[in-house]
Design a protein around this ligand. Sequence first.
Ligand SMILES: NC(=O)c1ccc[n+]([C@@H]2O[C@H](COP(=O)([O-])OP(=O)(O)OC[C@H]3O[C@@H](n4cnc5c(N)ncnc54)[C@H](OP(=O)(O)O)[C@@H]3O)[C@@H](O)[C@H]2O)c1
Length: 254
Amino acid sequence: MPSLADKIAIITGASSGIGRAAARLFAAEGARLVLCARGKAELAATADEITRAGGVAVPVAGDVKSEEVARKLVDKACEEFGGLDIAFNNAGTMGEMVPVPEISVAGWRETIDTNLTSAFLAAKYQVPAMLERGGGSLIFTSTFVGHTVGFPNLGAYAAGKAGLVGLMQVIAAEFGAQGIRANALLPGGTDTPMGRSVINTPEIRSFVEGLHALKRLAEPEEIARSALFLASDASSFMTGSALMVDGGVSINRT
Ligand SMILES: NC(=O)c1ccc[n+]([C@@H]2O[C@H](COP(=O)([O-])OP(=O)(O)OC[C@H]3O[C@@H](n4cnc5c(N)ncnc54)[C@H](OP(=O)(O)O)[C@@H]3O)[C@@H](O)[C@H]2O)c1
């Protein structure tokens, strides 16, 4: 039996990279999906691909910074499929890549809103819907940056992503007794459009790969498999955790 049979899930950032890989995998494991990203065409392409492969996915194009979109995603899951069991809150942005004193105030706010306030807005609507079903699993995509590594030029990104871990822990404590689990997923460098926007020369790629104990970047599917673990009953006693799937970037010193 597929590990997400009869489950209903929201996945944000589903048109690319980790979110797209997770959408394909969750659908193959039997989940019915509500997918979100801003770009309509790319999101529709992901949903179409899943449908052609025999899965169930509906696209809801929108910006995760918007409370209206957070509400709409949950409403869609409830109207279309009857409720919500899983939320993979994965959309994110790196923002301005400059030292902290040079980050513009607008840029700081944009990055924090996209990476952290979006998670609060998501949980605000997702938790009540999950409570209606007697529980659920929330997963927030964080990163090693700001958790175990102070990577230069990523101040707003690190702050927002570290904030996700705190928010996740509080949700886990507040709603564990009612069957809701909340965890964060902390990928290492992953070969996606976001990853490649920074790792854009062979020299930088070789440098970044070398930071990892495994001496390579992750494929998005490898991160998606860990999201599936957190979404499914395979992780039934896991809540409040920051799961590092980082190729050893956090412990590597060579
Ligand atoms: N790649 C890495 O090395 C790495 C490492 C650690 C953590 N992460 C985290 O993993 C997550 C996924 O990143 P990725 O590498 O898969 O990046 P990606 O391939 O660039 O995908 C990002 C996805 O998020 C969507 N998105 C971005 N801003 C959005 C917004 N405001 N509202 C709605 N959707 C939005 C994008 O679509 P639209 O642009 O069309 O909206 C796209 O679907 C991010 O949270 C990132 O911080 C990535």
